[in-house]
Design a protein around this ligand. Structure first.
Ligand code: 5GP
Length: 187
């Protein structure tokens, strides 16, 4: 795989990033997924240390103060951040590391890792996005409204990214991401 590389996957909540990511990791076990920290409450089935490190706000704020995040942002009322240590360590070892993060975090990453490859996943439409978020059945009405409002802001910034893919047909989306990641120019 050569030298380490940072890959950033961004896109509005509910667009299907998590499912895409799981498939990518299954098909390319050499990719390393960075586990984020969050102050959000765990959803049912989420596992500490696998889906997230679930922290209290004071714990999270202490990590910010100690400079332990590569990036962090507030999203829909909760804090989310990428712990620095594991990512830097993996990249030093030549691994390809994937971050699944929202827009503000992706912008911060660009400042420090100018050669990070940044992918934005778009929904086929806003109504379809709303349908997917509701169908997930995990968010309150208030959370849904906040996520949809934020979705529009994120979509407006999609052209800041190296690759934009509309997640309409899952297999097709996955193929486009794989082509971009494993194209000879990037390896
Ligand atoms: P969710 O609550 O649905 O798991 O995540 C909400 C949003 O936070 C998603 O857009 C997700 O990509 C983003 N997110 C997850 N981890 C991080 C992180 O470490 N940093 C940032 N900036 N965003 C994150």
């Amino acid at each position: 795989m050569g030298i380490g590389k940072l890959i950033v996957l961004t896109g509005p909540s509910g667009v299907g990033k998590g499912t895409l990511l799981r498939s990518l990791l299954q098909r390319h076990p050499e990719l390393y997924l960075s586990v984020s920290a969050t102050t959000r409450q765990p959803r049912s089935g989420e596992v500490e240390g696998e889906d997230y490190f679930f922290l209290t706000r004071p714990q999270f704020e202490r990590m910010i103060a100690q400079g332990e995040f590569l990036e962090w942002a507030e999203f829909a009322g909760n804090l989310y951040g990428t712990p620095k240590f594991a990512v830097e360590d993996q990249i030093r070892q030549g691994q390809w590391v994937i971050l699944e993060i929202e827009l503000e975090g992706a912008r911060q990453v660009r400042e420090f890792f100018t050669d990070a490859f940044r992918i934005f996943i778009l929904p086929p439409s806003l109504p379809e996005l709303e349908f997917r978020i509701r169908n997930r059945g995990t968010d309150t009405e208030e959370a849904i409204a906040r996520r949809l409002q934020r979705a529009q802001e994120e979509i407006d910034a999609a052209n800041e990214f190296d690759l934009q893919v509309v997640n309409d047909d899952f297999d097709d989306t996955l193929e486009q991401i794989e082509e971009a990641l494993f194209a000879p120019a990037l390896c």
